[in-house]
Design a protein around this ligand. Structure first.
Ligand code: ATP
Ligand code: MG
Length: 455
């Protein structure tokens, strides 16, 4: 291990000599200076871990040296040497970042203690730094994972990724992502954020349709304590919380009309005002919005402000539905089978080729999310080494029916019975798995089986 590097700065040569002798005996790499200029010259050339610094010196005093050192070499630790009656200055020096102090006249024991304490402190700092580095490693790992986990080989999805990368390169441009349910709008928004200069600040997702209208303004812009009943504390809004980062406005088309004008103003002026406050706060964020609704229709119906639309759609990315890019189905299936096998700790089954052809013929109204759920369900019930077509009980001409097992009737009970029958067939009468397929609890499956006298 590298020996500790210590510099002693004291105008009294007697003090520096004595300390030097002691520190060398302790096998520290030791340097001395009797005037500040000499010390700063040395610091320019040599890395030092600890500076032992006299408070009272002619010319530049110890506090000024401390300030300068902390400014120029923030990671260097400083132990002050104080004389009698310097207590106020000692307090001030601790406030300025000194780690410890020894009082003149001192013996070797005091010096040793102060150095040990400081070494311990340096050790903790290093550990913190390591944790910090590890954390950023993990974040980087996550970032690459996000991109690795974005699957798709079709020309259409590659175009989407290309546009996302273009948007990422500009730090500020507002992006609108459109596409049906489950097409991957949020993933694309995250990819843009993590590929952009803003990646070290937060990605802040907000579901605009999920916030009660009465709270919208305070949620977005924050509020001052006491500005309305229930405002018991000062609170920052989404704009401030996402500061420097990306605010992801999901389901933007559902944003109440009243808030739209306030949002527009905030985006245009890049400033927000908290509820109950007069002060304007600067905000620096990028806005990515997403919607699966036809926003132009909303404008036509006077539900959405056209000026806000023009503000948020500087850059539009449309994600095509899965049925328009069926080439992506096989790699997605492989990916999700890998993913859920690992997650559920099961041996990874082979995929029967018929699965691909069956799924390619399906129109996937729920897009990738639907495919993902389907595969999760299939893996729950599959116990064989090959994942077969029968584990994907879907599909006939677009609507979700369950093949020949469904009676030709709209009577709910008859259909319920048939679906239960089908689920039991697929799962070889395993009630737990059948209930998972049906999306109900095992208990309610048993109740229904009793009701239909199916046992
Ligand atoms: N290209 C892709 N590769 C891998 N996984 C994907 C891809 N696209 C979407 N997914 C997965 O599908 C699911 C739905 O994606 P996401 O939430 O981004 O869709 P969305 O368009 O925001 O849906 P909604 O309109 O319902 O909010 C997520 O679990 C996501 O991880
Ligand atoms: Mg979404």
């Amino acid at each position: 291990m590298q020996p500790l590097r210590v510099l002693v700065l004291d105008d009294e040569k007697r003090v520096t000599d004595e300390l030097k002798e002691y520190l060398l005996r302790k096998k520290f790499q030791t340097y001395c200076a009797n005037i500040p200029e000499e010390a700063f010259e040395l610091l320019e050339r040599t890395a030092i871990d600890i500076l032992i610094l006299d408070i009272k010196m002619p010319g530049m005093n110890g506090l000024d040296v401390l300030k300068k050192v902390k400014q120029e070499y923030p990671s260097m630790e400083v132990i002050m040497i104080s004389g009698h009656g310097d207590i106020d200055i000692v307090i001030e020096s601790m406030r300025l970042g000194a780690t410890d102090f020894i009082r003149k006249p001192f013996g070797h024991f005091e010096v040793q203690l102060a150095i040990e304490r400081t070494q311990k402190y340096i050790g903790i700092q290093n550990k913190l730094q390591q944790v910090e580095n590890q954390k950023s490693l993990i974040t980087r790992e996550l970032e690459t994972q996000i991109e690795r986990d974005f699957i798709g080989t079709s020309r259409k999805i590659k175009k989407v990724l290309e546009l996302a990368m273009m948007a990422a390169q500009d730090r500020d441009v507002n992006v609108l992502i459109t596409g049906e349910n489950g097409t991957g709008k949020e993933i694309i928004a995250r990819i843009i954020h993590y590929a952009s200069q803003r990646k070290d600040a937060s990605f802040f997702p907000v579901n605009c349709s999920a916030i009660p209208e009465s709270l919208l303004e305070s949620e977005f812009f924050g509020h001052k304590k006491g500005s309305f009943t229930g405002a018991t504390e000062n609170k920052k809004g989404f704009f401030e919380l996402a500061s420097q980062g990306t605010l992801f406005l999901d389901e933007i088309a559902d944003m109440p009309f009243l808030l739209q004008s306030k949002l527009l103003r905030a985006i245009e002026e890049r400033k927000v005002k908290q509820v109950g406050s007069k002060r304007l706060i600067d905000v620096d964020i990028r806005i990515i919005s997403a919607t699966n609704k036809n926003i132009l229709q909303r404008i036509e119906d006077s539900q959405f402000r056209i000026d806000l639309y023009h503000r948020i759609n500087t850059f539009i990315i449309n994600i095509p539905p899965l049925r328009e890019r069926v080439e992506d189905i096989p790699p997605l299936v492989e990916h999700f089978v890998d993913y859920f096998s690992v997650k559920k700790n099961k041996p990874r089954p082979k995929i029967h080729p018929n699965v691909f052809s069956k799924l390619s013929g399906y129109h996937f109204p729920g897009n990738i999310r639907e495919l993902k759920n389907m595969i999760e369900r299939a893996l729950i019930v599959c116990r064989e080494p090959v994942l077969e077509e029968r584990y994907f009980p879907i599909i006939s001409n677009g609507s979700k029916t369950y093949g020949s097992g469904v009676p030709d009737t709209l009577i709910l009970e008859d259909n319920e019975r048939a679906l239960i029958q089908k689920a039991l067939e697929i799962t070889n009468n395993n009630k737990t798995k059948a209930s998972e397929l049906l999306g109900i609890t095992r208990y309610s499956l048993i109740r229904k089986m009793k009701k239909f006298e199916m046992e």
